[in-house]
Design a protein around this ligand. Structure first.
Ligand code: ATR
Length: 282
């Protein structure tokens, strides 16, 4: 696909950025809709993040996605924050507005909810307590999204308890902090279990978690998507739980940015999933 001198520009800022699947996702949508535009990987060192973001309007960019490790710095750099970015202290989407103003938002929680809604038909946040494993950036966005969507309680389990406590304080609302040792007990009566840590990723440690206290109707989901079926999802399926893999979260969180930069509402389809999976070697 070729572009003209009037092409709209967006990209993803990260360090390193070579692992990012976002150029594949946005490139797919650009081609699908025949848009005169480009979405490029931008390898930016941590110390250059602020200057790179500030340069976006000068370079004529419509905006960028922000990935590890720049999400917090982006939140401190942009001119405005949406409610989720404000609460989580992390920005993953930047839109260049009039007069070069930078608007920061966080679409991770939105992506998480959209993925659950499409992967587990009939699932509702209000169905019961959710257990979130992890207290990093992803866990923060997911916890805030679940509470906003009507979850009566979110139980946050983390290896480092102080980090879970900080999350509870920052997010506010019905968050219960659970120690790592008590994680299996925390599953009792829960309607949703989320792994929001990197545990279970190909080549890394797996999540040691006994599921026997989890009620049969509970939905189980994972933010890890490589492998697509993590050991947690495999164990949950074997016990008869409805499961939702993590790839959809990545795809859905990309939609709001694409719509703002390129003016088209993109869709997450089976063909897009296959296209991205081919890149993962899955
Ligand atoms: P992200 O922003 O992508 O969520 P992060 O901030 O590095 O990434 O968070 C990673 C999460 O995985 C944390 O909850 C981390 O637990 P700690 O806060 O105790 O570090 C969790 N995690 C990573 N490796 C782990 C392991 N081996 N055992 C338990 N938890 C682990």
């Amino acid at each position: 696909m070729t572009i003209s001198g009037k092409a709209k520009l967006a990209g993803v800022i990260g360090w390193p950025v070579g692992h990012s699947l976002s150029p594949r996702v946005h490139g797919y949508w650009l081609a699908e809709h025949g848009i005169d535009g480009a979405y490029v990987p931008l390898q930016v060192r941590p110390e250059d993040c602020r200057a790179a973001l500030r340069a976006l309007p000068k370079l004529g960019f419509a905006g960028v996605n922000v990935t590890v490790p720049h999400k917090q710095m982006a939140a401190k750099t942009v001119d405005t924050l949406d409610a989720v970015a404000e609460r989580t202290g992390a920005v993953n989407t930047v839109v260049v507005e009039a007069h070069g103003r930078l608007a920061g938002s966080n679409t991770d929680g939105y992506g998480f909810l959209e993925n659950l809604k499409s992967g587990a038909k009939g699932w509702k946040a209000s169905a019961g307590a959710a257990v979130v494993i992890g207290a990093g950036g992803a866990a923060r966005a997911i916890t805030a999204a679940l509470l906003d969507a009507g979850a009566p309680e979110v139980r946050v389990v983390n290896r480092t308890l102080a980090r879970a406590r900080r999350l509870a304080k920052d997010i506010g609302g019905a968050v219960t902090v659970v120690t790592w040792a008590d994680r299996a007990e925390a599953l009792a009566g829960a309607a949703l279990l989320v792994n929001a840590t990197s545990l279970g990723m190909k080549g890394g440690h797996s999540l040691e978690l006994d599921l026997k206290r989890l009620g049969k109707a509970a939905v189980v989901t994972d933010i890890v998507y490589a492998p697509l079926v993590t050991p947690l999802l495999k164990a949950a399926t074997a016990r008869g739980h409805k499961t939702v893999d993590g790839l959809g979260m990545l795809l859905h969180q990309a939609r709001p940015g694409f719509r703002r930069w390129f003016g088209v509402e993109p869709k997450v389809t089976a063909a897009l999933r296959d296209f991205v999976l081919a890149d993962l070697g899955a």
